[in-house]
Design a protein around this ligand. Structure first.
Ligand code: KG4
Ligand code: ZN
Length: 343
C-alpha cells in the first residue's frame, strides 16, 4: 500500500476448499496452509505492485486475535523480512484492520468517514460495537456474549446440511424465502443492552428442524456436499424446499434485525457522525439493503466485498496511521489468540 490510500496489490490465498470438507476451520490445517502459501503470496503481491524490498517503509502483520498457529506464520515471516532488510515492524489488531478497510475506501471515494464513528465488526469470530474517535482510539460499547454473527450463519448452515462457510450460502438462498415465514424472537439482553446473543436463535432453528421433521431432507443435502464440496447454486436451490427457504430467510432476517437494532441504538447513544459496518458478515446483501432502509440517522459505510472478508490490504490500512506516528513494534512481539482492541 502507498500513502495509506492506494492499494498497489491485494493477494488473498483462500483456504475455503481445504476447510470446507470438514465443515469449519481446522486449526492444524490452517497453519500448514499458511506456511505453504506465505512465500508465493508475498512474491505475487510484490510482483503485482512492481516493488522490491527497498521500496518498503515498513512491514505490517496481524498480531491477533485469531488462531495462534496461523498468526505465528505471518508474524514470523514479517519479522524475518524486517530483520533482513532493516525495516520497522508494525503489529496490527485484526479487528482494527476490518475497521480501517472501510475508513480507507471512504477516503479513496472522496467521501471520508466523520467522527465519532460507530463501528460494527461482525465476522466469524467477532460481533463487536466500538466508538471510534478521530485519533483512532476505540471504546467497546457492546459485544456478543456467545456466538459471533458469522459463526451463527456457519452453524445454522451446517445444521441444515449446507457447506462451509455458511454466510454466503444463506445470503444467496434468503431472497428465495419469506423472511417472516418462521417467527423468531429477538434476544432480550440483561445488563448491557448493546450486547448481542445469537445462541438462542441457533437453538430456535434446531427446535424448528426437530418439530418440522427435516432430518431426511438435511441428510440429502449432506450427501450432495459429500459428493462435491462446491455444488452449483442451482443444485443447492433444487435441494431446498420452499419451507426451508422460508426458514433460512427468517433466520437471516432475525440476525439482521439484531445487528441493526444495536447499531441504531448505539449510534444515538454516542451521537455518531457515521456508521462503519465491517467484517465478513458485512458482505451480506440483506444486511446492506436493510441498513439503507433502517433510518440510522447518519451515513453508513460498508467495505467493498473484496475488503469485507479477511485480506492483507486492511492490515496495511490500519498500519498506516501507526507508521505516521512511528509507532513500531519490538522484535519480541508475540502472536496473541485473544487480543482486545478496547475495553
Ligand atoms: O472476517 P472474516 O473473513 O473472517 C473472520 O475474521 O472471521 O469473516 C468470515 C465470516 C464467516 O463466518 C462467514 O460465514 C461470514 O463471515 N460471511 C457472511 C457472508 N460472507 C461471509 N455472512 C453472511 N453473509 C455473507 N454474504
Ligand atoms: Zn476477519
Amino acid at each position: 500500500m502507498k500513502d495509506g490510500l492506494q492499494v498497489l496489490s491485494s493477494v488473498v490465498a483462500s483456504q475455503l476448499i481445504t476447510h470446507g470438507k470438514y465443515g469449519g476451520v481446522v486449526p492444524e490445517l490452517a497453519s500448514r496452509e499458511h506456511l505453504r502459501a506465505i512465500v508465493p503470496v508475498i512474491r505475487e503481491a510484490m510482483a503485482h505492485a512492481q516493488c522490491g524490498w527497498r521500496d518498503l517503509a515498513a512491514v505490517a502483520a496481524t498480531e491477533g486475535p485469531g488462531l495462534v498457529g496461523s498468526l505465528l506464520v505471518g508474524l514470523t515471516y514479517a519479522k524475518s523480512i524486517c530483520f533482513t532488510h532493516g525495516l520497522p515492524l508494525i503489529g496490527v489488531n485484526h479487528i482494527e484492520g476490518h475497521i480501517h478497510a472501510v475508513i480507507m475506501e471512504a477516503r479513496q471515494e472522496g467521501n471520508p468517514v466523520s467522527f465519532p464513528a460507530l463501528a460494527l465488526v461482525a465476522s466469524g469470530g467477532h460481533t463487536h460495537l466500538f466508538e471510534v474517535s478521530e485519533r483512532m482510539t476505540y471504546r467497546l460499547l457492546g459485544r456478543t456474549r456467545d456466538d459471533a454473527a458469522g459463526e451463527a450463519f456457519d452453524k445454522v448452515a451446517k445444521l441444515l446440511g449446507y457447506g462451509y462457510p455458511g454466510g454466503p450460502i444463506i445470503d444467496k438462498l434468503a431472497p428465495l424465502g419469506d423472511p417472516k415465514g418462521v417467527p423468531f424472537t429477538l434476544a432480550k439482553m440483561k445488563g448491557n443492552p448493546l450486547d448481542f446473543s445469537f445462541s438462542g436463535l441457533k437453538t430456535a432453528v434446531l427446535r424448528h428442524v426437530e418439530h418440522a421433521g427435516m432430518e431426511r431432507e438435511i441428510a440429502g443435502r449432506r450427501e450432495i456436499y459429500a459428493a462435491n464440496p462446491t455444488p452449483s447454486f442451482d443444485e443447492i436451490v433444487s435441494a431446498t424446499p420452499q419451507s426451508t427457504r422460508d426458514l433460512v430467510a427468517s433466520f437471516q432476517h432475525t440476525v439482521i434485525r439484531e445487528l441493526l437494532k444495536r447499531v441504531r441504538d448505539a449510534a444515538i447513544e454516542i451521537g455518531a457522525e457515521s456508521v462503519i459496518i465491517s467484517g465478513g458478515v458485512a458482505c451480506n446483501s440483506g444486511l446492506r439493503a436493510a441498513s439503507a432502509a433502517a433510518q440510522i440517522g447518519c451515513p453508513v459505510y460498508f467495505p467493498t466485498p473484496a475488503l469485507s472478508t479477511d485480506n492483507a490490504a486492511m492490515i496495511a490500512a490500519a498500519a498506516f496511521p501507526k507508521l505516521e506516528r512511528r509507532e513500531f513494534s519490538s522484535w519480541d512481539l508475540k502472536a496473541k489468540a485473544n487480543l482486545t482492541l478496547a475495553v
